[in-house]
Design a binder for this molecule. Sequence first.
Ligand code: NAD
Length: 353
Amino acid sequence: MKILVLPGDGIGPEITSATLAVLDRANSLFKLGLEWQREEIGLATLRKEGTTLPLRVLEAARASSGVILGPLSTYEYPPRDQGGINPSAEFRTKLDLYANIRPAKSRLGVGLTGKPVDLVIYRENTEGFYADRNMHVGIGEFMPTEDMALAVRRVTAKCCERIARRALEAAMTRRRKVTAVHKANVFRISDGLYLREVRKVAKDFPGVQLEEVIVDAMAALLLRDPMRFDVIVAENMYGDILSDEASELSGGLGLGGSINAGDDHCVAQAQHGSAPDIAGKDRANPSSLILSAAMLLEWLGGRGAALAAAAKSIDAAVDAALKDPATRTADLGGKLGTQEFAAAVAAKLARAS
Ligand code: NAD
């Protein structure tokens, strides 16, 4: 199976090489038969080819079994007509990666509040407020006069239905509870449509409890009582913001894995950005991308039990490395560099007996 590897910008190359160190070990230990195809994107190809996402890379992603995507310095990209394409947004729309799945699980025994967290956010990934992906032609943000800016949010029954279904299916394998986040008290029509679809899908899952929480209350409740939540389903922007909060609660932004999944394609992508402030210093924590890669293996798990076993083993190895203060990175008060941490995780990989 061919996996496309795109290191990206900032700390991307460092955390990607750390992730490959772990995957290489898993590949040989579990005989996964994975092959890496490396390609450049982002600021590297902008300089050489005038675009942050060459068409051949998009085609390679379409042809691959899965993609490992490093973070991107999208804030530094020029406008689209000058080559600044957000590869992450482009993959989400062109490969129809409609579910951004972001688990948050306490890994160090202590989170920010000292309370345990074990939840997963199902974030709609292809529409909502995201102006760079919510229009068929053009972008959903425009400026009628120099002192007025408008942004349009798209909400469709189809996209609400499918993210709700994936969330409810996931709940069947967990604590059988789904929390639907919304702001229907203000966005009565658009979030009203979203809630209508979630409720409709929930009828197919009578064994799952559905709770509805307004997004601002949700931000507070997550801090107050994180274990109240198990599977959270949210539109694009609510899910983006709440997943950073949940990730931070579980121990830090550098810790949560994340995949962008559709019916046919899956892209593993860290939850955090390109962290230009620490790029090139071997100080980044690669856990998020390593755990994202493990989630990709789990997503591919239907193609062989070894993939699912390798995913479990990587998750357990990251847990074990993070638990020990001697094998932590600087963001968690530890002494290990990015590559040393990856070596520690790789050394802890084991086949279940
Ligand atoms: P960021 O997530 O890159 O960084 C926020 C803070 O967290 C920084 O202090 C950073 O050093 C720290 N941090 C992030 N990841 C870390 C890690 N793995 N280990 C240790 N510390 C880590 O967010 P930002 O500074 O707002 O954005 C920087 C750039 O990333 C921008 O260009 C933004 O557009 C882009 N971005 C990209 C993605 C993506 O590719 N998916 C997501 C968010 C932001």
